[in-house]
Design a protein around this ligand. Structure first.
Ligand code: ATP
Ligand code: MG
Length: 414
């Protein structure tokens, strides 16, 4: 893409009403636009990064057998009344609306009820189990706090996976597979080293659920880390002696840290299958409730976390896996001179090879272009200056480290 055609502009100053670093930088770099508190639009660069994160999650969830769906966000109160979660006292983040005829309708804050009800038409026998069904779909939540930029918004996409098993044993295998897929996902997007599988309270059956918490000073949560075991415990269960007995963690060894919950996995047991009548027949023909789990990741929160962790004083720093483009091609030429021609040619050749390039072909000073390039944070920058014209060798600068590698055209194209 030619940067002269990119409609978004960068800004020097952080918006006065943003406190979160992720929102300040993403707005300045033109990745997002704020509509109101806790409500953001994704612009071309931001959408490319968000979609890369989504793509990585999709690959890893497909790899463990997930089947992707797309359920409506409009929610029928009747099924939510069956699980007891239509009540605003039970679920305090509801956005609700009404049809023209006056009947109530909910905007989904999660999809356990809808998917469990749907699966009653498709699961009948133990031969239909296990199943793993997931989606990337909008959730609406009337969150009270909205100070964390894109990490806590009132409308956000969630990857929500639900597992359906015949019993606890079958469920335990899927649960562990999902946990391992999560570890791969967080490693691939560049936050693996700082992300801990964290014991949390919950699950209607199992004593613990797991959160995936990324250590970061600006996180809203507090966790306690066992660095040797690479495990953590959250605040809810810190004073529960059983968690230490179960995990072998020594409470005295734990270090406290601020963290961001990037994902979580939950054993639901038969809570929703009981409420919504999701049963299967075992080999003897006896009807039993399906044993369920649910597994969430917020791609927007992951994107915000990457910004919080990796950006520097010049701007965003994207790992290659989620960079909006692979290369930022910065031409130092002017008005069709030799440098511009060399840059044009390289851009056209890279484009033909299917390489993702943002090409800064604008009539601006080198200083302005480098400042923008640093702010946007594409993982690798190719600089086209006078030497490149003569030698056909280009400087490739790594955004994270600043290290430079002189690379011939042929190598860039291969
Ligand atoms: P939190 O305790 O931070 O509110 P949660 O327990 O409500 O999170 P879930 O309902 O389990 O989270 O959602 C699964 C995932 O969706 C979370 O791990 C997080 O990555 C993401 N998520 C949750 N709420 C938001 C939000 N308001 N904005 C963006 N992402 C969110
Ligand atoms: Mg919440």
């Amino acid at each position: 893409m030619r940067q002269s055609k990119l409609f978004t502009k960068t800004r020097r100053e952080a918006p006065a009403d943003e406190v979160a670093k992720n929102a300040q930088l993403l707005v300045r770099a033109g990745f997002i636009h704020k509509e109101m508190a806790g409500v953001y639009d994704y612009l071309p660069l931001g959408l490319r990064t968000l979609n890369k994160i989504i793509g990585i999650i999709r690959e890893e969830i497909n790899a463990i057998g997930g089947e992707e769906v797309f359920l409506t966000t409009l929610q029928d109160p009747e099924i939510w009344k069956k699980s007891g979660r239509w009540d605003d006292v039970v679920v305090d983040v509801w956005f609700k609306t009404q049809l023209k005829n006056g009947s109530d309708l909910g905007l989904a804050n999660t999809h356990e009820e809808a998917l469990t009800a749907l699966m009653t038409e498709h699961i009948a026998s133990y031969k239909d189990l296990p199943r793993q069904v997931y989606q990337f779909q909008t959730k609406f939540r009337n969150e009270t706090r909205a100070k964390s930029g894109i990490m806590r918004t009132r409308e956000f996409i969630m990857k929500d996976l639900y597992s359906f098993s015949k019993d606890e044993k079958q469920h335990a295998e899927l649960y562990e597979k999902a946990a391992q897929a999560y570890e791969k996902i967080f490693a691939r997007v560049g936050i693996g080293e700082k992300t801990y599988r964290t014991f949390a309270s919950g699950g209607s059956f199992s004593k613990y659920s797991h959160e995936f918490q990324t250590v970061c000073d600006t996180g809203e949560d507090t966790i306690y880390i066992d660095t040797d075991k690479r495990l953590a415990i959250n605040k809810e269960v810190y004073d529960d002696p059983e968690v230490y007995a179960t995990t072998g963690i020594d409470k005295a060894q734990l270090t406290e840290a601020k963290a961001i919950e990037v994902g979580n996995i939950f054993t639901l047991s038969t809570k929703y299958s009981d409420a919504l009548g999701l049963t299967y027949k075992d080999a003897e023909g006896i009807a039993l409730p399906v044993f369920m789990g649910s597994y969430g990741i917020g791609p927007g929160r992951v994107m915000g976390t990457i910004v919080e962790l990796l950006s520097d004083d010049k701007g965003l720093v994207w790992p290659a896996s989620v960079s909006p483009f692979t290369y930022h091609l910065v031409s130092l030429g002017h008005n069709g001179d030799d440098i511009s021609k060399t840059a044009d040619e390289l851009y056209e050749d890279m484009f033909k090879e299917g390489i993702e390039v943002l090409y800064d072909d604008r009539e601006l000073s080198a200083g302005q272009k480098f400042a923008d390039s640093d702010l946007i944070g594409i993982s690798k920058r190719i600089v086209v200056g006078r030497e490149a014209v003569a030698s056909d060798i280009f400087e490739v600068v790594d955004r994270a480290t600043g290290s430079t590698v002189k690379t011939p055209r042929t190598e860039l194209l291969s």
